[in-house]
Design a protein around this ligand. Structure first.
Ligand SMILES: [Zn+2]
Length: 320
């Protein structure tokens, strides 16, 4: 599991643990569509005939600006703004607006061109400040073949995913400048250091969800229902009878992605639905890497191992 998968994993967890909410459902759809657009784009990038070695970075956050994908070679730094939407797109340059028309309905949206302009500027500034004098380019990628541009953007080009490789190759060959190895190392370092830390934003607050509306409990990693019950020192699924001694480990990674890394023993009891304080004590040792505070106010810092949720994510991504 990669860091760029955590955002989609997190919204899947939230959605699966609450009653239907329009806001969460819409985030879920958007994040999933965005993710699959980026997956597709990354797969296409593998076929581009660019100067080796090609580095592809996803989900970067630089000075509060989010980047879908950044492609770096010795001859190219290009920010890709990926749009995985269907319909007809209008980049209205007279008033800087962006909208789409789908099934006769006009839908105003965040302008990807302005987003990209901002992203390019921020990265350019950061590189310049670090002594790298190399132009940052930008490209809007239309990941869905059912998305058509009617009115084109003026600052950057918007290209269908099938044409992306040709465009990037052209950008490289138009560029006469070559980064030195020192510069390239710096660029990679700057971008890599700014991976998007998903659990630093409060997903509950963002969706107006209260803690008490979240369904607690341990998930079965076979049928993916929150249906595990503690029985004879293991977890048993009341739905599919799957047994899993370590089911609480994955459950606590879900906790971490929703609420952050710190947890008290009361919260542990609440989340796992366990009263047995000896069991909780044992779990704490198993799942945390250190503790903060003393005696009654003690909280534990959960180890970061979201990859134990891989089976759940895989099943969620298969869903439509
Ligand atoms: Zn089950």
């Amino acid at each position: 599991m990669k860091f760029h998968e955590l955002e989609v994993l997190r919204i899947c967890i939230l959605k699966s643990r609450m009653e239907k909410s329009a806001k969460v459902e819409s985030s879920y759809r958007n994040i999933k569509a965005g993710f699959s657009g980026e997956e597709k784009t990354t797969a296409y990038l593998m076929e581009a005939n660019l100067t080796p070695k090609v580095s592809i970075y996803r989900h970067i956050n630089l000075d509060n600006t989010q980047y879908d994908i950044i492609v770096v070679t010795q001859k190219l730094i290009c920010v890709l703004e990926v749009k995985n939407m269907t319909g007809e797109f209008y980049f209205d340059s007279s008033n800087n607006q962006f909208y789409r028309i789908k099934n006769g309905l006009k839908d105003g949206m965040r302008n990807p061109e302005l987003q990209l302009q901002r992203a390019v500027k921020v990265l350019q500034k950061r590189l310049n400040r670090n002594g790298v004098d190399f132009p940052v380019k930008g490209l809007i990628i239309l990941a869905s073949r059912a998305g058509i541009v009617i009115e084109s953007p003026t600052l950057f080009q918007a290209v269908p995913i099938d044409a992306m490789c040709d465009f990037l190759e052209q950008m490289e060959s138009d560029n006469r400048k070559l980064m030195t190895h020192e510069e390239l190392k710096k660029v990679r370092h700057i971008i890599k250091r700014n991976g998007f830390k998903v659990y630093e934003t409060d997903i509950l607050e963002h969706h107006g969800v209260t803690r008490s509306s979240i369904k607690t409990g341990v998930r079965c990693l076979k049928c993916f229902e929150i249906s595990m019950t503690r029985i004879f020192s293991t977890w048993l699924c009341t739905r599919c009878s799957h047994r899993d001694k370590g089911a609480h480990i994955a459950a606590l990674q879900e906790y971490l992605l929703l609420f952050g890394r710190e947890v008290s023993s009361d919260r542990l009891k609440w989340w796992l639905g366990i009263e047995d304080k000896y069991f909780i004590k044992r779990i704490v040792k198993e799942v945390s890497e250190n503790s903060i505070g003393s005696s009654r106010n003690r909280t534990y810092v959960l180890s970061f191992k979201p990859w134990v949720l891989e089976p759940f994510l895989t099943s969620e991504l298969r869903r439509n």
